[in-house]
Design a protein around this ligand. Structure first.
Ligand SMILES: *Cc1c(COP(=O)(O)O)cnc(C)c1O
Length: 388
């Protein structure tokens, strides 16, 4: 659909931006184009093929995400890691230097340490803008940050990262998966590239793996040229499912924000909880940064149990909140980073990263907030077995 992103709100863009008009019937939804063989010449005089990232259903997602993230263009991938690996490999060569935030998503960390370094890319790590600036070299090509980060919800000053990149001619990239474009738009703050694991909030129903890169037309052209060679495309049915998920993104994220805020405040007041990490709480160390650059604080939080020995008891007593990996779906999920995402680190590495054995991460879903609070209340409670 031809709707101008500059003149409409995010809820409207979630529903209408990018829709492929159904010229056959006037239907409300984009038709699903299942072909892998497309004719030539065609009206656009362009060769269409799923691995060229240009089929009608892929273009729906590309247009919708570009609109939501206020970028010129976007390209959809078969997973978040396909998006991130293609983006990085499209820009780096042996001898180049890249700067990474030291608490990136575990899969991205592994891509850097097991693949990029093997290919001769020089790597530095930092926690904030001052450390990124100190790591700059003449060979530095890019800086990749994640804000809020996993699982402690650290936030970095995005306008300052963008300014640093512009001053030194370094590409600035953010993984915006936790925030979503509803809560945070890094491109208007000056960042060059936004990546998402669309597996999480963008799809939102824990049933599609996808990823997306949003940037200028020039950067997207370059990333797509590499993507054609790496091949990590998303098929038409998954695109259609992702399109459906995206239509309710703004509504879902609003409820994720509200529920996470309520649960964070409840947990912060609970005697069994030593600390709650949620950027919406004024006591969070990065609250001021988050309040400046986010419209909402998101659905992710973590907290520390006073007694780490109580972790298994908590997991086994929760009735609604499900122990599971992944995040960003409608259902509330809980995981223990020391046993999941940060399992392969040594205990001392974990301690340095602030990941204790009693740290619990919650992806707060869109159930009734009272039910979630009650679930944690009974699971954290003193009684040996509160319900049959
Ligand atoms: C899940 C996730 C990824 C990887 O996405 P996949 O779709 O699993 O490949 C990247 N970054 C963040 C922040 C994530 O949560």
């Amino acid at each position: 659909m031809n709707i101008d992103p500059k003149h409409h709100g995010l809820s409207t863009l979630c529903i209408h931006a990018g829709t492929h008009l159904d010229q056959a019937t006037g239907g409300a939804c984009s038709p699903i184009f299942t072909s892998t063989a497309f004719g030539f010449p065609n009206p656009a005089n362009e060769n269409i093929y799923p691995r060229y990232f240009n089929t009608p259903n892929q273009q729906v997602i590309n247009r919708k995400l570009a609109a939501l993230e206020k970028g010129e263009a976007a390209v959809v991938f078969g997973s978040g890691m396909a998006a991130i690996s293609t983006l990085l490999l499209a820009h780096l060569k042996p001898g180049d230097h890249a700067i990474f935030q030291n608490d990136l998503y575990g899969g991205t960390m592994q891509l850097i340490t097991r693949e990029l370094q093997r290919l001769g890319v020089e790597v530095s790590w930092g926690a904030n803008v001052a450390e990124f600036a100190a790591a700059l070299r003449s060979e530095t090509r890019l800086i990749l940050v994640e804000s809020p980060s996993n699982p402690l919800l650290h936030c970095v000053d995005l306008a300052a990262v963008a300014e640093l990149g512009k001053r030194h001619g370094v590409l600035t990239i953010i993984d915006n998966t936790f925030a979503t474009p509803i809560n945070q738009n890094p491109i208007p703050l000056g960042l060059d590239v936004v990546v998402h694991s669309a597996t999480k909030y963008l799809n939102g129903h824990s049933d599609v793996n996808a990823g997306v890169v949003v940037a200028s037309t020039e950067i997207i052209r370059r990333v797509t040229a590499s993507a054609v060679n790496f091949g990590g495309m998303l098929d038409a049915h998954a695109c259609a499912q992702l399109e459906r998920g995206l239509k309710t993104l703004a509504l879902r994220v609003q409820r994720h924000n509200e529920n996470a805020d309520s649960l964070a405040r409840f947990l912060a007041s609970h005697p069994a909880v030593a600390q709650v990490n949620y950027p919406g709480l004024s006591e969070h160390p990065d609250h001021a940064i988050a309040a400046r650059q986010m419209r909402g604080f998101g659905g992710m939080l973590s907290f520390e149990l006073r007694d780490p020995a109580q972790v298994d008891r908590l997991l086994s007593r929760l009735r609604i909140v499900m122990p599971a990996l992944s995040l960003g779906g409608v259902e509330s999920l809980i995981c223990i980073p020391s046993r999941t995402s940060h399992r392969t680190m040594t205990p001392s590495e974990r301690q340095r990263a602030g990941i204790s054995d009693g740290l619990v991460r919650v992806s707060v879903g869109i159930e009734d907030a009272d039910d979630l609070i009650q679930d944690f209340q009974q699971a954290l409670g003193a009684e040996s077995n509160p319900l049959p």
